[in-house]
Design a binder for this molecule. Structure first.
Ligand code: SAM
Length: 244
């Protein structure tokens, strides 16, 4: 059926492409892509060839207008290089424009590095704040960290290897020594999740940084662990001695 299909693709392990995603990609009239070489490999994996249209949110307006016009009669799948489109990836402006034009929009959910990292980190997941990539410049980075750090929620950040050390250091400087996790190469052969306080992680990831793709997860402010049962007993006994 005509419309825009938002298709999540693997973030490392091709086995994570869902059967529904594969069937939508194989049947779409065209696929809007970030990088046609990357998507060509995925299509090759499922044994299909499709017409690909390069798309970025900063593409010229006429590219988006043209895509939206086609949605009346064509099924167009939107993919990014990896993971869920629109999540630190292109697509928001296209979905917005397609919605404004009244076209059908269908999502095919699947891998997303932010959510996968939360499942590995062992930090609270009831409230989290996804903030994508922090600004690179020091002042803007510090301001953003302070703003995010005031929110009572676990923080989820995307980062690259070479910048990891500087970002962990900035988080430590502005938020204190919170618990955190560095997750790397999720769903790939060298998947890794290292947890500890920010100072432990800074030591572990020296300057230069590890290879690969990284998600940093940082505990909410003042998240004290619940007291151990023994400690609760002791607190109660102590309180009793002080009753009038
Ligand atoms: N749309 C993607 C998603 O749904 O996760 C994110 C795209 S964003 C341009 C790329 C960033 O996602 C990387 O720099 C890294 O922070 C994170 N990322 C992507 N794949 C990853 C993986 N396999 N392991 C860890 N982080 C990953």
């Amino acid at each position: 059926d005509p419309g825009l299909y938002i298709v999540a693709t693997p973030i490392g392990n091709l086995g994570d492409l869902s059967p529904r995603a594969a069937s939508i990609l194989a049947r779409a009239d065209a696929i809007a892509v970030e990088d046609s070489r990357v998507t060509a490999k995925l299509l090759n994996h499922i044994g299909t060839k499709r017409r690909m249209i390069p798309y970025h949110d900063h593409s010229a307006d006429h590219v988006r207008t043209d895509l939206v016009a086609r949605l009346a009669t064509e099924s167009i799948a939107l993919v990014s290089d990896a993971g869920t489109p629109l999540i630190s990836d292109p697509g928001y402006k296209l979905v917005r424009a397609a919605r404004a034009a009244g076209h059908a929009i269908v999502t095919i959910p699947g891998p997303c590095a932010a959510i996968a990292a939360l499942t590995l980190a062992g930090l609270p997941t009831d409230r989290f704040l996804f903030a994508g990539f922090l600004p690179v410049k020091e002042k803007a980075k510090a301001d953003t960290i302070l703003e995010l750090g005031a929110v009572r929620a676990t923080l989820v950040l995307y980062e690259s290897g070479p910048r990891l050390h500087a970002t962990l250091t900035a988080l430590h400087t502005h938020l204190g020594n919170r618990d955190a996790a560095v997750t790397r190469e999720i769903s790939k052969a060298y998947e890794e999740a290292v947890t500890g306080t920010l100072s432990v992680l800074i030591e572990r990831y020296a300057e230069g940084g590890p290879r690969g793709e990284i998600v940093i997860v940082v505990a909410p402010p003042g998240e004290a662990p619940p007291p151990e049962p023994d400690a609760v007993d002791a607190l109660l006994r102590d309180a009793v001695t002080r009753l009038p």
